[in-house]
Design a protein around this ligand. Structure first.
Ligand SMILES: Cc1cc2nc3c(=O)[nH]c(=O)nc-3n(C[C@H](O)[C@H](O)[C@H](O)COP(=O)(O)OP(=O)(O)OC[C@H]3O[C@@H](n4cnc5c(N)ncnc54)[C@H](O)[C@@H]3O)c2cc1C
Length: 388
């Protein structure tokens, strides 16, 4: 697949829908809008294969969203997941948590964009989109700038997106207690980690997770308060400390290509205005612990594509978009916020794990924090002491 085929100078002046961002939200929006009969332009700043800080665990709700998009082939090479091993201080628990998969972000994002191309969308990579207040989109690729017009513009450019920078109505509200994300993909021999298992380790000031991808490599992702990263001397030393005895000697973590994110817990003041809809992380994010960001992005992206087509073909208004997107993510976002709050108190989590030894239903509660609970019984097996 050649996602670089389209040069910005060769594309049309006008589309029904222009989407900034070709991550899960942008691709889902593009596929949904194209399936509804719209002409679609997707613009992404990155060039594949591009990496993204992500735990790479796709929850059952995300799998369902991909199936609904007619994109199940994307999951052919994903790694099935069956358990979560959760460690906190000297306690650990292994929870049965089937139904999810691990999939590398370069692979998932490139496959979804490929599907958007297959549905007739125009995809421009290596170009930044900026929504202007005259209703156009400025697309910059190398030294060329094109002004393209559309009926609907969708901002799906994630936490680090810049497409809305010129529209002050869409400012961010960032939580003061927010953590930052960081991550890397490392050699499969770096860590003791069972296939089909998500490993999570919770500490004062943050947590770290790891999962084995289908190609055998290990994806590591973490969230930490900026002061904790600073005190540890950077993200690599912090990862080494938090992964502790699970690391094999010569793991090479220090030499890995670590990437970071801005502060994670944030929301846009507005999610829609006139012809603009905001979807996925570009609208807001909480924290990665529950592994739902991609599911939210796919669901809100897909709904944004459908709503854009309703705005074009039936004169629906963008005013309804905030309530549509809130309805999609409200309950799982609330659970994620509560989980993020509890994780600020690892002592509570340690006590919960210890108590769960005697009350398995409590362990089920802990397990339900990991993604949405779709046909995945969360019966648990308690392990007791974690290796120190
Ligand atoms: C540490 C960490 C771990 C995580 N773990 C998980 C997990 O295990 N499971 C899970 O479901 N979620 C996880 N997430 C969340 C998940 O990564 C995001 O929620 C998801 O990627 C959001 O998708 P998106 O399409 O909204 O944005 P993104 O995936 O960020 O895509 C945005 C795209 O927009 C492009 N872009 C940016 N600006 C512009 C511009 N001006 N013009 C054009 N293109 C632009 C970027 O190149 C990018 O391709 C994790 C997040 C973090 C930080």
């Amino acid at each position: 697949m050649n996602l670089l085929a389209t040069n910005v100078s060769g594309i049309a002046d006008e589309f029904d829908v222009i989407i900034a961002g070709g991550g899960p939200a942008g691709s889902a929006a593009a596929i949904a809008a194209a399936r509804a009969g719209c002409s679609v332009l997707v613009v992404d700043r990155g060039i594949h294969p591009r990496s993204k800080v992500c735990g790479c665990c796709l929850a059952p709700a995300g799998i369902e969203a991909i199936v609904q998009l007619g994109a199940s082939s994307v999951l052919n090479r994903a790694q099935q997941l069956s358990t979560v091993r959760l460690e906190c201080g000297d306690r650990c628990v292994t929870l049965q948590r089937g139904g999810g998969v691990a999939i590398g972000r370069d692979e998932l994002d490139e496959s979804l964009l490929g599907l958007a191309l297959h549905h007739g969308c125009t995809v421009v990579m290596g170009a930044a989109a900026s929504f202007d207040d005259d209703g156009s989109v400025a697309v910059r690729q190398d030294r060329i700038v094109r002004k393209i017009r559309s009926r609907v513009r969708i901002a799906a450019d994630g936490l680090q997106g810049t497409s809305l920078d010129c529209l002050s109505k869409f400012e961010w509200r960032v939580s003061k207690s927010s953590r930052m994300g960081f991550g890397a993909t490392v050699d499969g021999a770096a860590l003791d980690l069972a296939r089909e298992q998500i490993f999570m380790s919770v500490h004062e000031g943050g947590y770290i997770g790891a999962v084995r991808l289908a190609n055998g490599r290990i994806d590591i992702a973490a969230a930490a308060h900026p002061s904790v990263i600073r005190d540890a001397g950077g993200v690599a030393p912090l990862a080494v400390r938090w992964l502790g005895s699970h690391l094999r000697s010569g793991s090479g973590l220090g030499a890995a290509e670590w990437r970071g994110t801005p502060l994670l817990t944030r929301r846009r003041i507005q999610l829609a205005c006139d012809d603009v809809l905001v979807a996925g992380d570009a609208g807001g994010y909480v924290e990665p612990f529950t592994g739902e960001g991609m599911s939210w992005a796919l669901a809100t992206g897909s709904a944004a594509g459908s709503h854009a087509s309703a705005m074009i073909f039936t004169n629906a208004s963008s005013e309804k978009w905030p309530s549509i997107t809130n309805r999609i993510v409200r309950s799982s976002r609330m659970r994620c916020l509560i989980t993020a709050h509890l994780l600020r108190h690892p002592r509570l989590l340690r006590s919960a794990i210890r108590t769960a030894q005697f009350f398995p239903s409590l362990a089920d509660r802990v397990a339900s924090a990991f993604g949405s609970d779709i046909d995945a019984p969360a019966c648990s097996r308690i392990c007791g002491k974690a290796p120190q």
